[in-house]
Design a protein around this ligand. Sequence first.
Ligand code: AHR
Length: 503
Amino acid sequence: MAKILINEKNRKGHINPEIYGHFSEHLGRCIYEGLYVGEDSDIPNVNGMRKDVVDALKEMQIPVLRWPGGCFADEYHWKDGIGPKETRKKMVNTHWGGVVEDNSFGTHEFFELCEQLGCKTYVNGNVGSGTVQEMSEWVEYMTFDGVSPMAELRRKNGHEKPWKIDYFGVGNENWGCGGSMTPEYYGNLYRRYQTYVRHYDHAAPIQKICCGANVADYFWTEGVLKTCFELPQPNNIPTGYMDGLSLHYYVHPGGWDNKGSATEFDEAVWYKTMAKALYMEELIERHGAIMDRYDPEKKIGMMVDEWGCWFDVEPGTNPGFLYQQNTMRDAVVAGVSMNIFNRHCDRVKMACIAQMVNVLQSVILTEGPKMILTPTYHVFHMYRHHQDAELVESCIDGNRMIGTGADNQVPFLNESVSVDKDGYVNVTVANLSTKEDAPVEMSFMELMPKEITAAVLKGEMHAHNTFDEPENVKEETFDAYEVKDGKVCFTAPACSVISFRVR
Ligand code: AHR
């Protein structure tokens, strides 16, 4: 029997709600069809935004949305996406399927969407192919309330008041699709471009995010930080001119050239996927150790603003659209990843799953007017009480290793625990085994449980939802537990994610 030991008295740090963030790019059917259908669509919408999708995302409690890319961001010229829709420039989306981008979803539509979702905004600027002036004018257009050319242009386009940008990314993947730069070259560009990301509203300064590494590229992290932290620094207080440094990591079990099917895989591939998901912890620790040298007080957030499973596209779909199904394997990867982010909440301040709708590890899939929630959606919903809570100390005693071969050994169970403002202890547990149920005893330092609610997401490892069977996998109430001497005893089903709220 595994024992989850919880010291709810030992608070370890604040879990920023943005750890449960999302990413939406002009890629495949994420923006167009997935989120935005236009006001004239037969699909029910509010100002062009799909009502079913917006309602589901609100229910899931989405805290922040990143847009417009991704690789698309460093080719995006924001002025193409403002003004009357009929005169907006049409362009080729060279990165993603070579389709026509008609720019009908632009700046105004993004803020409208975030307003409907009630979430924070994360806009990603263009360093790769854009000028400093273009970036600076975009920020002025979005956030300046006074008299200026860009503020006037915004008003002329129908929006009197400025919007609030919570986060601004200065380029994306500038080591690759965002310009193939060296760390020192990008570091210097970052210093320059970010200078013109002005805080027009001093009461609500924009948090600036510097482009961080891909996977284990520690050379990039070191090179960028060294360049950004070199003198001169504002007011001689070293900040590296940044509030956040990004990290991108995708799980593809067979490697980049052999990602494998999203729905057809064997046990060995399941455990390989789990091992690769758990690798996130090492990445956070090692990039974090470099950040610690420059920023020992942990003022700069690690923003894992792209993460998730990346498999082969569904057969018969456009390879450039990155449309993939989503099974219990994705759900357990999500559960494990979000437990890791929680446990590193002292450094990880944001994480955005890629991507929100119809692309990669989505929480929602659409097909014309139909919409389904994926297993990953349910995990986000079950974990929502961690948002804004305090991480507390926890560990698992008697947690064995399981797997199919020496390389693919993973811990049977994975957990994280927080205490929220209402005094509930939130425990989330993933069972990584494909076949074996796990008997568990959960105990607290002082808490004698009086009030318990719990939910479970379970299914055979390939289980997923389809447009014909949309509720194959769904969150269910879990009441198969007993309280004995203040300890909560239950069996975590094989291949499952469970959440408890205990008071
Ligand atoms: O999410 C898909 C792509 O993955 C993004 O555009 C890019 O930033 C990353 O390589």
